[in-house]
Design a protein. Structure first.
Length: 110
């Protein structure tokens, strides 16, 4: 079982265990237990991931806006000792430009 995400036309997938961990982290984020960044959209995204994991929904989950920001803050990426990119890292890397753009807009940049 995989959960597939679509980020600006790019497909990124997570296997069941990392996707389950991501959904759990999103629920903690929504409850305010993992900081304040990316809280908006966290609960709805956790629900969508669970729907895919229990076969209630099929196809890629679109990541944009608040949902993308929530996933960016919750996806666990092992950086130290990373020799081969992981699926989690691919998802993080796909989301990072959107996150950086949101930060620029918040700061009033272009």
């Amino acid at each position: 079982m995989e959960v597939v995400f679509e980020v600006a036309g790019e497909l990124c997938s997570l296997e069941e265990k990392p996707a389950t961990i991501l959904a759990e982290n999103l629920r903690l984020k929504a409850a305010g237990k993992l900081g304040t960044e990316g809280v908006e959209g966290a609960r709805a995204m956790a629900d969508l991931i669970e729907d895919v994991l229990v076969d209630r929904q099929h196809g890629p989950i679109q990541l944009e806006g608040e949902a993308a920001e929530a996933v960016f803050y919750c996806v666990k990426v092992p950086i130290v000792g990373l020799r081969q990119p992981t699926r989690q890292y691919a998802l993080y890397a796909a989301l990072r430009p959107f996150h950086e753009e949101r930060l620029r807009r918040k700061r009033g940049g272009h």
